[in-house]
Design a protein around this ligand. Structure first.
Ligand SMILES: Nc1ncnc2c1ncn2[C@@H]1O[C@H](COP(=O)(O)OP(=O)(O)OP(=O)(O)O)[C@@H](O)[C@H]1O
Length: 306
């Protein structure tokens, strides 16, 4: 059964089209990750799905009801910009949110799980960015939600803290929690998500499991050879390498063929420093489908600075 459904959702801010006909459905117990460039519409879609914004047109349902009428106590939401009272300790803050629900989870246990000392007397305002984010994650879980929305949950969190939060989210998903998350970290989407949706310019340009997306859009595996050799050296071979970043790139080379490539260098009396083989991943999918949009943003910013 789908617990999060968007059907042809359109949303604008003045002249800006933020969502241009989004349709998607997330099943109970599924983890769905939404990725896409800055300004693609991820936060806007999260707001529409949780009832914080009403779309211009199209329909949304959450646990079978319009979001505004859905059971609040079954929903968890970590907004991108969470602005809680600043002069509370993490323990006081999470206890405050726990007080809003019958049978809320124990705040100290939750803070332990996100790696924050429940006894710390540091005010929220004085926590580091990553500590604030972890505290907010704990607050979003106080009601033990059935459906959890996480808008960039690990932004600003250090690598060890990110791993700990990933484990926490995996445990929640294993327990049956439906999770809808947005992220700029492809490793996060790849590790956590059953399905990934790629949003660009307000449109869902691709969705599927990480493996499906990589198979369809990720391109071929490649062998990068750090060398002074040039493509012309291989004109008489079955390889057509390309030069990139100080290396010759041999696309479509299977790991079992690495020795053949090394032999091709030896036969031509060519040296190389190193060989590294890599498979495409979700990052390659992202760059293939949305990379040009990233470049456009960067060029525009450079023009503005210039
Ligand atoms: N309150 C607002 N008023 C006007 N424009 C807005 C508002 N909120 C968002 N926008 C615009 O809508 C578009 C989508 O923004 P949104 O925040 O949903 O993108 P996003 O994918 O979450 O971006 P990011 O990855 O940077 O968080 C952007 O062009 C943004 O500038």
């Amino acid at each position: 059964m789908s617990v999060v459904v968007a059907d042809d959702v359109h949303e604008t801010y003045g002249d800006t089209v933020a969502l241009d006909g989004i349709s998607l459905a997330v099943d109970a117990g599924e983890v769905f990750a939404l990725v896409g460039p800055n300004g693609a519409g991820k936060t806007t879609l999260t707001r529409c799905l949780t009832g914080t914004r009403r779309p211009d047109s199209g329909s949304v349902s959450l646990m079978g009801d319009p979001p505004a009428e859905s059971a609040r106590e079954r929903l968890g939401l970590l907004p991108q910009d969470f602005d809680p009272p600043e002069r509370l300790t993490p323990g006081e803050l999470v206890s405050y949110y726990a007080g809003l629900y019958e049978g809320a989870r124990d705040p100290d246990t939750l803070l332990d799980e996100v790696g924050i000392d429940p006894r710390t007397d540091t005010w929220y305002t004085d926590l580091s960015g990553g500590e604030k984010r972890r505290t907010c994650v704990a607050a979003s879980l106080v009601n033990d939600p059935d459906v959890l929305f996480l808008d960039e949950p690990t932004t600003g969190v250090d690598p060890a803290g990110r791993q700990a939060l990933w484990t926490l989210f995996e445990d929640l998903a294993a327990g049956g929690t439906t999770i809808f998350l947005t992220t700029h970290y492809m490793a996060e989407a790849e590790r956590l998500a059953d399905r990934v949706g790629l949003l660009a310019d307000g449109a869902l340009v691709a969705s599927g499991s990480p493996d499906e997306l990589v198979a369809e859009y990720g391109g071929a595996p490649s062998l990068d050879v750090e060398t002074d050799a040039v493509p012309a050296d291989f004109e008489e071979s079955r390889y057509t390498p390309e030069r990139a970043d100080g290396a010759l790139v041999f696309e479509g080379v299977d790991p079992t063929e690495i020795g053949d490539v090394a032999s091709a260098f030896a036969e031509r009396g060519l040296d190389f420093e190193s060989l590294s083989w890599s498979e495409p991943d979700l990052e390659d999918v992202y760059l293939a489908l949305a990379g040009d949009r990233v470049d456009v943003v960067e060029e525009t910013e450079e023009e503005v600075v210039a």
